[in-house]
Design a protein around this ligand. Structure first.
Ligand code: PLP
Length: 401
């Protein structure tokens, strides 16, 4: 599946005249500099935290590394460009990025949030921000009637994950962002699962995009990072102020490592998508499997919306076994697939959301959402698909014994 070219008004490559390139080229070229002194083709890592001022009242643009740091700036410009936004901000984790975004709101603010939400975001809202007088209501963000019904005079924003993790529910971003704007709410989209390679929420009307870059953007399960992209200048200024004031910024070494990962994002996402769809199809026909949740299935309720707003599918899906007693032996018998938390890396990982990623969500809510004790989430890696199917096949056979 090929991706659309990025809009030409965004150009990180104006010096090379390559602004109309497709996203694959932009990704491969992140941080490619022509160092006139050494000719180095790889971006240098600047560890400096302090920068000499040429004279009183002048700055090179860099003063102190929390505010702005050269290696981090290249990453921030790259993600802003890739997401078709105004500015990018790199944070020490996805949670740090969300904390910066939530700091836009003051005591008394209320947020509408996707019901089937990343567990850590739920924990931040319910156990931390609630103490500062910020409240949230969890709704199906694709249901405008439900959003409207839960709107309060103090509602300030809607936070959307699409697809949701782990149940892969799809929200129509264009429709919901338009609704949010009509109600003077900010629309915030967590784009971790699709990345700008497959979906660009700002082009669909979102105000803010957030990423856990620890997942697909980094791609190798070896760097923890978060990114924020803002739609317009006024918002960029507010987020820049909070990013600097809170200080949960990404260090130069990790900024570099993340960019190194992002260069191969296009290749990885294509393979994740292809492997995941094949394995999901295989599992759907397996006698021990009750249901597979994959938005690439024509029977998935979000299929048409997903086709319209994204150019591909993520490498994650979830599936429900017929019997909860199969979960433990299945996880014990997988060999190539690791039983581990996290997602989006080149290696295949399988997670049991009810006890791992979603453990902080009360059982009553989890059941209502459908994250029960028979549900497994699979982050399909880029291994050979036949090896992955063989591993699942032997583990399911062993679990049945
Ligand atoms: C992992 C994740 C986060 C949190 O990111 P960290 O980098 O682990 O702090 C937020 N949202 C989603 C959808 C995630 O998968």
């Amino acid at each position: 599946m090929s991706s659309a070219p990025l809009p030409s008004r965004h150009s990180t490559s104006s010096t090379t005249g390559l602004q109309n390139m497709k996203i694959e080229s932009h990704l491969a070229q992140i941080g490619s500099v022509s160092d006139t002194v050494t000719g180095a083709v790889s971006l240098p890592i600047h560890h400096a935290t302090a920068f000499r001022h040429p004279c009183l009242g002048q700055s090179t643009g860099f003063d102190y590394a929390r505010t702005k740091s050269p290696t981090r700036s290249v990453l921030e410009d790259a993600i802003a460009h890739l997401e078709s936004g105004d500015a990018g901000f790199a944070c020490s984790s996805g949670m740090a990025a969300l904390q910066v975004v939530f700091s836009l709101f003051s005591q008394g603010a209320h947020l509408l949030v996707s019901l089937d939400l990343y567990g850590g975001t739920y924990r931040l809202l319910e156990k931390v921000l609630s103490r500062f007088g910020i409240s949230a209501t969890y709704v199906d963000t694709n249901d405008l009637d439900a959003l409207e019904a839960n709107l309060r005079p103090n509602t300030k924003a809607v936070l959307i994950e699409t697809p949701t993790n782990p149940l892969m529910k799809i929200t129509d971003l264009e429709k919901v962002c338009r609704w949010a704007r009509s109600r003077e709410l900010l629309s915030i989209v967590d784009n971790t699962l699709l990345t700008p390679f497959f979906q660009r929420p700002i082009e669909l009307g979102a105000d803010i995009v957030v990423h856990s870059a620890s997942k697909y953007l980094g791609g190798h399960n070896d760097v923890l990072a978060g990114l924020i992209v803002t739609r317009h200048k006024a918002l960029s200024e507010q987020v820049a102020f909070l990013h600097n004031s809170i200080g949960a910024v990404l260090g130069p070494q990790d900024s570099w490592l993340l960019m190194r990962g992002m260069k191969t994002l296009a290749l990885r996402m294509e393979r994740h998508q292809e492997n995941a769809l094949r394995i999901a199809t295989w599992l759907a026909a397996h006698p021990l499997v009750e249901q597979v949740f994959h938005p690439g299935f024509e029977t998935h309720p979000g299929y048409a919306i997903q086709r319209r707003q994204a150019s591909g599918n993520t490498g994650i899906f979830s599936f429900k076994l017929k019997d909860a007693r199969l979960v433990e032996p299945l996880l014990r018998h997988v060999r190539l697939i690791a039983f581990a938390e996290s997602l989006g890396g080149v290696e295949s990982l399988m997670t049991y959301p009810a006890v791992q990623t979603h453990a902080d969500i009360p059982e009553e809510i989890r059941r209502r959402v459908g994250v029960d004790d028979r549900l497994l989430r699979y982050s399909v890696g880029i291994e050979h698909v036949e090896d992955l199917i063989a591993d699942l096949s032997q583990a399911l056979d062993a679990a049945r014994q």
